[in-house]
Ligand binder design. Structure first.
Ligand code: MOS
Length: 733
């Protein structure tokens, strides 16, 4: 089997040598440059533009403002995107909103002219932070696209809480966070009559195609989206945000290809962020640790209603995490004068599991109980929310193997009881979970006359290894060495595939690739049987397989080359489709799980917090590539360290302006912050979940990490920090 092997990323060499072409690097002849101008107030109306100076500057081709911007279509069902600020009106609802776009012959000239654009405003009242408006929380109108309810409950949560012998109530908060992928958003847009081509950095070329077609009122077939490489997204490239639209708009105005690359600062106001949350948790528990009642009330920050709705679904994991008969969860929103939030790696689960798994640790402390024992006591054998069996669940083994690997047995129960000189040492753990998602996808297999195979799908490789794992799957299906399989993706002309979000690419696209492989194999075998005449008369298709470019049967073989020569064709192309079962046909609850362990050392004199060891053991389904899977795990755990200790977007309340819109002050972990990470996968080939057997690894490994670290900090110091990120000053309290 090639699938599963730790094969190097096929695009690794291209990437490290600079040969991989990212969106901004396509050399499109006659391209000119666009630069965005952004608002400097948080709320109000644009009273007017003073453009004379900018217009007179050398090389300026156009300055597009709401006064002269082409109108975008509201038809064609473009969710949210149309309502985001794309120069369609003069209202300002957040600081950093796009208010104009300047196009010039060179980037430097566009930047200079953009700096010379002057605006006059009629300033309005702004509510710039969520904390000041918590009393205005409202119920989401379209939670999870109507698939889930913002509030749910089972049993009698209030009565069972009141009757519980041990009760914990606590409020946890998480800040606004920005994705900060290495590659900024970038688009080159070119029109040929009514046909638009965009080279853009996106997690979803099919979504970009649909959105742009809707905005410009043209057929989807007339929009081509090209994106062979993505330098990270983490959710910020999941939707098609205004800059892609504005690049296409500018290209239409100046009748030249236009390149628009966001600056790092503009990345903080142009493509969403993880919204701040305030989460109240109430847990009632019996003296033996049995959960009697769980309540999780989440509030997350929204922008103005004009921009639609984004909810950070913090309490969905709480619904299914533990066996507890009495439970209630709610989700609320608070609108403020900031941009529209969006998905960021494990949206909902990352902040939500921080809260519930911190609270579980508080329960364990109150009961003087080992945190793992508490979790095992309340282990959910089936999904208590959906009332369905899990397709697979090896969480118990994750706890056991994680504890053994980490050396959990050495942990003493009392906080502040483990020391190493001046360092206070703490050990903490938390549970991780993430749903296994799948969306409809298609893939094409091209069997070539020389026996090679081409896999084609309009998916995208965010850097996670899609090119590599799809080749591995197909190589095994056709009995080929991996060198003889080529993978083509990142072009909307290829069979359509869903957004690479929700950790669903392997389950969705992999299933389509397997379906296409099977059809292609069946087709080749049928051709061979028909061509063989008497030789294979009466042979059954099941007696044949493909190997090294030939159909191999009982006995003998026939090459694809001979068969195609007889038909005078160069390839046989077959499309396969895969989709998940419908809602009513769902027989199992699909989730990945994990156990996260952290050891921290807190300097008893200075409060400095160091993460000294991390162990994660995950139940993530079948592993398609041991190396890329491991990379996803350690990357996700690292992301969790950032969430726990470093990441926070800060807003100046007076102006609504983000004050740390750069990567010198929006701090993410560097190598020196991260110890050696032990990350393990307990493989479970989960064919109930999907035909590939994978459960998704992109988001799972960051879930629970922040709680594991916060719990370790408490164990080290006796200080419970409920507000992320955990800071040195929290240790000096
Ligand atoms: Mo991910 S936040 O679903 O790109």
């Amino acid at each position: 089997m090639i699938t599963g092997q730790p094969i190097d990323r096929r695009d690794g060499r291209q990437k490290v040598t600079g040969a991989a072409t990212y969106a901004a690097e396509f050399a499109i002849p006659a391209t000119v440059h666009a630069v965005l101008v952004q608002s400097t107030i948080a709320a109000g109306q644009i009273a007017g533009f003073d453009l004379a100076v900018a217009q007179g500057m050398p090389g300026v081709l156009a300055i597009i403002t709401p006064d002269n911007a082409p109108k975008l279509s509201t038809k064609g069902g473009v969710p949210q995107a149309i309502t985001q600020p794309a120069l369609q009106d003069l209202e300002v609802i957040y600081n950093g909103q796009h208010v104009a776009i300047v196009v010039a012959e060179t980037l430097e000239r566009a930047q200079a002219a953009a700096a010379a654009v002057k605006l006059r405003y009629t300033e309005g009242e702004a509510q710039t932070t969520m904390e000041g408006a918590l009393d205005q929380a409202y119920v989401p109108k379209n939670f999870r696209n109507g698939q889930r309810k913002p509030d749910s409950s089972r049993g009698d949560p209030a009565g069972s809480f009141a009757a519980a012998p041990v009760r914990i109530r606590a409020t946890y908060t998480t800040p606004n966070e920005h994705h900060n992928p290495m590659e900024p958003h970038a688009t080159i847009a070119a029109w040929d009559g009514d046909r638009l081509t965009v080279w853009t950095s996106t997690q979803g070329i099919s979504g970009a195609q649909a959105t742009l077609a809707g905005m410009f009122g043209i057929e989807k077939a007339n929009v081509r989206v090209i994106c062979p490489f993505v330098g990270g997204g983490f959710g910020s490239k999941g939707s098609t945000w205004p800059p892609a639209t504005l690049a296409a708009m500018a290209a239409r105005v100046v009748k030249r290809p236009v390149k628009l690359v966001l600056s790092r600062a503009q990345m903080f106001t142009s493509n969403g962020f993880r919204p701040m949350t305030v989460q109240k948790i109430a847990i009632g528990v019996a003296n033996d640790g049995t959960l009697l009642s769980v309540r999780h009330d989440g509030i997350s920050q929204m922008s103005m209603p004009k921009l639609g709705e984004f909810v950070e679904p913090v309490a969905l994991a709480t619904e299914m995490l533990y066996a507890c008969p009495n439970l209630a969860v709610t989700h609320r929103l608070v609108g403020v004068n900031q941009g529209l939030p969006t998905y960021m790696r494990a949206p909902g689960e990352a902040p939500g599991v921080f809260a519930i798994e911190s609270a579980m640790d508080e329960v364990a402390v109150a009961l003087k109980m080992d945190p793992i024992v508490l979790r095992l006591k309340n282990y959910a054998e089936t999904d208590p929310h959906e009332n369905l069996p899990f397709s697979s669940k090896r969480l118990r083994e994750c706890y056991e193997q994680g504890a053994a690997e980490f050396g959990w047995a050495r942990r003493t129960l009392e906080p502040r009881s483990m020391r190493d000189g001046d360092w206070l040492v703490g050990m903490g753990m938390a549970t991780s979970t993430y749903p296994t998602n799948q969306s409809p996808a298609s893939a094409r297999i091209r069997l070539m006359a020389n026996g090679n195979v081409v896999v084609q799908s309009g998916t995208q490789d965010l850097g996670t290894g899609t090119y590599t794992v799809m080749a591995q799957l197909a190589a095994d299906e056709f009995g080929l060495p991996i060198e003889r399989v080529r993978v083509e993706l990142g072009d909307s002309r290829l069979p359509s595939a869903p957004v690479s979000g929700g950790s669903q690419t392997v389950a969705s696209v992999g299933s389509a690739v397997l379906a296409a492989c099977k059809l292609a194999r069946d087709h080749a075998i049928a051709m061979a049987i028909s061509d063989a005449g008497d030789r294979w008369a009466g042979a059954k298709p099941a007696d044949f397989h493909l190997e090294n470019g030939a159909v191999v049967g009982p006995p003998g073989r026939m090459t694809l080359g001979e068969m195609m020569a007889r038909r005078n064709v160069e390839s046989v192309d077959v499309q396969g489709d895969a989709k998940p079962p419908g809602k009513d046909d769902k027989t199992h609850s699909l989730h990945a799980f994990g156990a996260q362990f952290a050891e921290v050392r807190v300097d008893s004199l200075t409060g400095e917090i160091r993460v000294s060891r991390l162990v994660g053991v995950f139940d993530g389904g079948r592993v398609l590539n041991a190396k890329t899977a491991h990379s996803q795990l350690i990357g996700g755990m690292t992301f969790g360290v950032g969430m726990a200790l470093l990441e926070e977007t800060l807003v100046d309340e007076a102006t609504g302006r983000i004050v740390n819109a750069n990567i010198s002050e929006y701090v993410v972990p560097v190598n020196a912050d991260i110890p050696v990470i032990t990350a393990k996968l307990l493989e479970a080939d989960d064919r109930v979940a999907n035909p590939v057997g994978a459960k998704g690894l992109g988001e799972l490994p960051m879930v629970g990490m922040a709680a594991a670290i916060a719990n370790a900090v408490f164990h080290a110091t006796g200080i419970r920090v409920r507000d992320l990120p955990i800071r040195l000053d929290d240790m000096l309290a």
